[in-house]
Design a protein around this ligand. Sequence first.
Ligand code: PAF
Length: 281
Amino acid sequence: MILYKQISALKAFISQNKQEGNSIGFVPTMGALHNGHISLISNCKSQNQITVCSIFVNPSQFNDPKDFEKYPVTLEKDIDMLEKNGCDVLFLPSVNEIYPNGFSNPPHYDLGYLETVLEGQYRPGHFQGVCQVVHRLLDIVQPHNLYLGQKDYQQCMVIKKLVELTKMEVQVVINPTLREADGLAMSSRNMRLSEKERQQAVRISETLLFIQQHIKPGFTGDLKQRAVQYLTAEGFKVDYVEIATAASLEIIDSWDGNTPLVALAAAYLNEVRLIDNMLLN
Ligand code: PAF
């Protein structure tokens, strides 16, 4: 695996490979890698000649400074995992390299409705930061294909919108969420859970599964209410449990029995905020 810290050197490598007719696949990450990331790398490898992974903990997408400070960093282990799984290139830029002009006057992305609900509502500014860094990374890497995990369902939609807004020529490929044996969605933030919290954390995926198994045409508000009550009783501070249309993330309280739906949840276990989602039908 080749490690690049400088944009200029990475760009030279990419343009050389493009000239040779190689397709470039890109997996952006914030490190603290787990098997969910590795499944993105594997999928990327199977569909491209060159797989580029970036590790960059992007300050501009953290609306909570404490969350940024405590974001897990496991660089040596990450490099080892990427090497073992055949990643071709790791891009490991500094904050200066990504934001040479600092953080004043950031661009604004018109994300419309997507930025007003769920993660957009509970993490103000978060998706602007995600767009800022992904736009910058895509500009640098210029990949043919971009690989994202469904675990961040709304982020996938936001990044598709970013690609549309900026007219970048990149295919967005969404990979299914990888889960632990008990159902907990794999996440870098799971590393911050104590043993007790780790046991409790599985209740989120259980709740989404319950919604999936019990959703019926008609009023759906009672299911959401039961889900929130259950998670609260299990020790979570719940930001939301919502049922929304899978295509546009419109929150619904009544289902026609046909429209594809997704259930999404975000909740704190003490300091650690966990999110998950499940397609319902
Ligand atoms: O999902 C993530 O890890 C981050 O939001 C991303 C897409 C790498 C941008 O920093």
